[in-house]
Design a protein around this ligand. Structure first.
Ligand SMILES: Nc1ncnc2c1ncn2[C@@H]1O[C@H](COP(=O)(O)OP(=O)(O)OP(=O)(O)O)[C@@H](O)[C@H]1O
Ligand SMILES: Nc1nc(=O)c2ncn([C@H]3C[C@H](O)[C@@H](CO)O3)c2[nH]1
Length: 323
């Protein structure tokens, strides 16, 4: 049974890859195995144009029930409308760093971190029940980076579900009493899950055409069903060159990312540019098509410069007020 399953799986992958190559590539993708079959060399993607602290240390997301009102009506509570904005940008561009700056800048803002720790620690309940010490915890982030063709679809289902949960968290009571402009700020969103990462993995041949169709079907269904609950009012696009992101990624030294190549960051950069600058990515949600975007230059070393931080915060504040 297992070999047959393997054969089917291989066939499916090949079929998907062939389609991707027809769609995107002038020549076959070449995979550099084994340390990485991570990222394809000489990948040609159809393009319409040309950019922490450890996550474990993050302290700004606090979602204990007692701090929150239980109702989703919190989006519009009395006269208080809590706005929702996501910070988007390439891997290691500095989203978490900006998020920390924003969290300490204004008590009307609540930053919700990307649930990366969940992806690094998936508990195997069966192994737990059997008290087996083997494979009790899975690091899906690592599995995805080590074998993207096998794990990308699984990763995208899990990352998207965890982003949905984050976006559905009610705003804290503090924001509902705000006299200013209360804003929930999400680090990435269900939209970048689809229009940046899942799309990119499909174009790279790591998600086959069947998986892509299934992902898009349930993504559209969930987002449409949840309606205004997962809508955003604005997006902050933190932008820097892939080379800058690569330097920061290496400096940060997250173990799962050690095999990431510049090629991969370049493909992600292009996806951001297409979605948020050129607006050439086909978007399936009307409100998202017209969403205001604030572009912030992340090339500047804002991390240790209070003056630059102040300028950033002012830009963000003006953007939030105008939404
Ligand atoms: N403006 C900046 N100038 C210089 N270094 C920075 C800047 N912003 C962040 N860094 C550094 O770059 C690294 C990555 O930053 P950070 O973790 O904030 O990125 P991220 O966008 O949240 O990453 P990810 O996409 O993985 O969630 C960290 O080591 C951080 O200290
Ligand atoms: N494949 C894939 N799909 C996603 O939706 C996604 N979101 C984030 N990431 C990777 C980037 C950082 O390494 C790390 C933390 O952001 O996780 C993703 N990877």
């Amino acid at each position: 049974m297992a070999p047959l399953l393997n054969q089917v799986s291989n066939l499916t992958k090949q079929t998907g890859l062939a389609q991707v190559m027809r769609l995107c590539c002038s020549k076959p993708l070449q995979w550099n195995k084994p340390d990485s079959f991570l990222w394809p060399r000489n990948t040609t993607i159809v393009q319409t144009g040309n950019t922490k602290t450890s996550k474990g240390k993050k302290t700004y997301q606090s979602i204990e029930g007692s701090r929150y009102l239980s109702s989703r009506a919190s989006l519009l509570h009395g006269n208080v409308r809590v706005k929702r904005v996501s910070i988007e940008g390439n891997v290691a561009v500095g989203k978490s760093t900006l998020a920390e700056i924003l969290q300490s800048a204004c008590s009307d803002w609540e930053v919700m971190a990307e649930p990366v720790q969940k992806w690094q620690n998936i508990e195997n309940e069966t192994a737990k029940a059997e008290e087996s010490s083997q494979n009790r915890v899975h690091n899906l982030l690592q599995m995805m980076y080590q074998d993207p063709q096998r794990w990308s679809y699984t990763f995208q289902t899990f990352s998207c579900m965890s982003r949905l949960r984050t976006q559905l968290q009610p705003a804290p009571a503090r924001l509902l009493c705000s006299k200013g402009t209360p804003v929930q700020v999400f680090e990435r969103s269900v939209y970048s899950d689809r229009y940046i990462f899942a799309l990119n993995m499909f174009e790279l041949g790591c998600i086959n055409s069947t998986e892509w169709a299934v992902y898009q079907d349930w993504h559209s269904f969930l987002v449409e069903q949840l309606g205004h609950q997962v809508e955003l009012e604005g997006i902050i696009y933190l932008r820097a060159s892939p080379e800058t992101c690569m330097e920061r990624l290496q400096h940060r030294g997250r173990s799962e990312e050690q095999g990431v190549k510049l090629d991969y960051l370049e493909t992600l950069h292009l996806q951001h540019e297409r979605w948020l600058i050129e607006k050439s990515t086909p978007i399936h949600f009307e409100k998202l098509q017209k969403i205001p975007v604030l572009y912030l230059d992340a090339t500047v070393k804002f991390q240790s410069d209070p003056e630059v931080q102040e300028q950033l915060v002012t830009k963000v504040k003006n953007f939030f007020e105008a939404l």
